[in-house]
Design a protein. Structure first.
Length: 172
């Protein structure tokens, strides 16, 4: 399911926006929504699944990155998973892969259980208060942002079918 966010609710938390009915189901293609391609990525703090704070700024501007906003219940995220894992096998030594679990209809415990059943090779964090989703203007789950080594956004995409290979080549 895709939930494009209206630009005017950029400062509203994702959870508040969903509860208020500000999301509308609609098809979306890469580069239509989210943080502007060409802009500098914001440094945000998220939580490790053990509750400790993690500053993503420690990576931004130092190495190319792929950041995925996902959820355990998201069918598009599951569809994207094989592509994401193939990309990580191919580019994992040169690109930092990070998954940010959104705090909508799931808890850190639910994410931990999911990862125990479906281990992922990359770092997975929890966006407890939706600050990362807001900072990156994430319109939905299965939203991917690719940064180059300077921290500039070179790609944004949404949905279960994305050409991550081409996106990562832009970052390198």
């Amino acid at each position: 399911m895709v939930f494009p966010v209206l630009r005017s609710v950029k400062r509203v938390s994702v959870a508040t926006a969903i509860a208020s009915g500000l999301f509308v189901a609609a098809p979306v293609t890469a580069q239509d929504l989210g943080i502007e391609v060409g802009s500098r990525a914001p440094a945000v703090t998220v939580n490790a699944l053990d509750g400790k704070s993690v500053d993503l700024g420690q990576y931004i501007g130092k190495t190319p990155m792929l950041i995925e906003f996902w959820a355990t219940w998201c069918p598009n995220c599951r569809e994207l998973m094989p592509t994401l894992l193939d990309s990580e096998k191919k580019y994992g030594k040169r690109v930092k892969f990070v998954a940010l679990a959104v705090a909508i209809n799931q808890s850190p415990e639910k994410v931990r259980r999911f990862l125990a059943a479906h281990p992922l090779p990359h770092d997975t964090y929890y966006d407890t208060e939706g600050k990362a989703a807001g900072a990156f203007d994430a319109p939905a789950t299965s939203y991917v942002v690719v940064l180059d080594k300077t921290g500039k956004v070179v790609y944004t995409g949404l949905g279960g079918k994305q050409n991550l290979d081409a996106a990562l080549k832009k970052a390198l």
